[in-house]
Structures are given as structure tokens and as C-alpha cells.
Design a protein around this ligand. Structure first.
Ligand SMILES: [Zn+2]
Length: 93
């Protein structure tokens, strides 16, 4: 990334510009949009919960579906209640 004040090239992890001292944090234009957990209706099979979790955790959608099904089938069966809760509370987009 580059300093927004003086244009000095900075390490991506730098919190202050090495040339002028301007803080790099708080500059929303330079930071990627924060990931939000959501339901992805475009890729949904049912409610988009699996697609949303796969997107949030950066995992494969198929793998996420397998994990959900495993949580659903294996004791203590938290998959069903988890899915219903996620369905109810997550924003759809
Ligand atoms: Zn600077």
C-alpha cells in the first residue's frame, strides 16, 4: 500500500507511514471491505447459509455443505438448530 499523504510505499502491515508518520489505519479506502457473515442467495440450495459460511471462512462451498450435513447427522445434532438460527439471523444478500 501507499501513504495517502505523501505517497511513500509502505509495507502492508505498517501502521504508520515511515516518511511522514501518517497513521495507515482508519483509512477505509485502502482497506478491503470487512467480511460479513451473510446468506448468499445466489448460490443457495436452501437458504444460502452454507454459501455464506463458505464465503466467510474462505472454504469450498461443497466442503461447507459436507460439514453442515455432518453437524446435522452426528450427535449432538447442532447442525439443524444452527442452520435455523443462521437462517433467521443472517442478512440475505
Ligand atoms: Zn507518508
Amino acid at each position: 500500500m501507499f501513504c495517502t499523504q505523501c505517497g511513500e510505499r509502505l509495507a502492508d502491515t505498517a501502521r504508520f507511514c515511515t516518511a511522514c508518520g501518517k497513521p495507515t489505519f482508519g483509512d477505509v479506502s485502502a482497506a478491503p471491505a470487512p467480511k460479513k457473515l451473510r446468506r448468499v442467495l445466489a448460490e443457495r440450495k436452501l437458504a444460502g447459509v452454507c454459501a455464506g459460511f463458505a464465503e466467510y471462512f474462505g472454504t469450498d462451498l461443497t466442503l461447507m455443505r459436507i460439514i453442515w450435513i455432518a453437524l446435522l447427522l452426528l450427535p449432538p445434532h447442532i447442525g439443524l438448530i444452527g442452520y435455523i438460527v443462521a437462517w433467521a439471523v443472517l442478512p440475505a444478500s
